[in-house]
Write a protein that binds this ligand. Structure first.
Ligand code: PLP
Length: 370
């Protein structure tokens, strides 16, 4: 089976992890934590990095550090992973859903202002599948309404908007290093910021809110969101390959684009002019003209040894948010449409040219057999 994604781990990863084991630095202190936090924040053009157990925890930590709480509203895209809306819920706030753009599948800035109320405190933007959000209009809206911006760049390590790395725009930005991400620590996450105050607050909150000056003394509720030195060791080694991994993802995407553009009925992912898309996942939409449903295409590809995944399901109407009275029964036409027609193809950095040719040949043959 050609998998959707597998991590690429090298000798450095083994060396650094072995170093943790051989020196007994296996818990959440140790040199690799600092090395990974400093290295990754520098790479993303930010001042401070705070490692966490995973990307969901990073989002929760960021919102907590920004003092988002009960009664507040947080604007989120409806087309994304549940973690984004859950983070608002963990803080006692209400996620307010916004539809996405037809081409980038990212939050549509032109739809944000109509969702802003007196209770709105923050906007979380997600750089979906590696394509940067339209940051300029989003930041303008945030400034006008005095809202925080939190970037979720879990899917977009190394992507750029107008020459600047994603993750360098918001008050905070959050990352995941889950096994399928462009660089991985197995499980893991990070919050980045330029504010020393926010960074210090995140460091404290993630460590049970221990006061540095008085151990076992707590002035507010904290969490255990500490990453281990072993995970950070993996991260530090992976960081050395990040540009290469992103480059591979882009090369894969360009190969797919050339071969799939010859097949009718498939909408390809875009790269807008002023951005660098890192194509974390190579997503396509199956159009009516393809002559076969998404479900049947996925089943046929599976038979040929090709793994695929469906797109996110819009969050706005999901049972959990209905129960929490956060559901929005208005239509979210773009998210609803792409959720029905979208799938992603094998996208890992280790995918070979031959595999891409095989996958595209299979899709072409299936289309012609209709
Ligand atoms: C956009 C986005 N945000 C957050 C997360 C959550 O990250 P984690 O699985 O590390 O909690 C993911 C996970 O895939 C994601 O894609």
């Amino acid at each position: 089976m050609i998998p959707v994604c597998t991590p690429l781990l090298g000798k450095k990863e083994t060396k650094f992890v072995l170093d943790c084991l051989q020196t007994n630095w296996i818990s959440s202190s140790g040199q690799y934590i600092k090395r990974f936090e400093e290295g990754f924040s520098r790479y993303c053009q930010r001042q401070y990095g705070v490692t966490t157990t995973n990307g969901t925890a990073a989002l929760h930590l960021a919102l907590t550090a920004l003092e988002i709480g009960p009664g507040d509203e947080v604007i989120v895209p409806t087309f994304t992973i549940a973690s984004v809306a859950f983070a608002a819920v963990y803080c006692g706030a209400k996620p307010v859903f916004v539809d996405v753009q037809q081409d980038t599948w990212n939050i549509d800035p032109t739809l944000i202002e109509q969702k802003i109320t007196k209770k709105t405190r923050a906007i979380i933007v997600v750089h979906t599948y590696g394509h940067p959000c339209e940051m300029d209009p989003i930041l303008k809206i945030a400034r006008k309404h005095q809202l925080f911006v939190v970037e979720d760049a879990a899917e977009a390590h190394g992507a750029e908007y107008r020459g600047r790395k994603v993750g360098s725009f918001g008050d905070c930005s959050c990352f995941s290093f889950y096994g399928n991400k462009i660089i991985t620590t197995g499980e893991g996450g990070m919050v980045l910021t330029d504010s020393p105050k926010l960074a210090q607050r995140c460091q404290r909150l993630k460590n049970l809110s221990f006061l540095e000056s008085k151990r076992f003394w707590h002035e507010e509720v904290g969490f255990n969101y500490r990453m281990t030195n072993i995970q950070a060791a993996l991260g530090a080694a992976q960081l050395e390959t990040i540009d290469e991994m992103a480059k591979k993802r882009r090369q894969n995407a360009f190969r797919y684009n050339v071969l799939l553009s010859q097949i009718p009925g498939i909408t390809l992912p875009v790269e807008r002019q002023d951005v660098k898309n890192v194509y974390w996942m190579y997503g396509i939409l199956v159009d009516r003209a393809f002559g076969m449903s998404r479900k049947n295409l996925m089943a046929a590809l599976k038979e040929k040894g090709i793994e695929t995944r469906t797109f996110f399901l819009p969050l706005n109407n999901q049972p959990v948010f209905k129960k929490l009275r956060c559901a929005d029964s208005r239509r979210f036409p773009i998210a609803e449409d792409i959720a029905k027609r979208g799938l992603y193809l094998p996208s890992g950095s280790g995918l070979t040219r031959k595999e891409i040719e095989y996958i595209c040949n299979c899709i072409g043959t299936l289309q012609r057999s209709r």
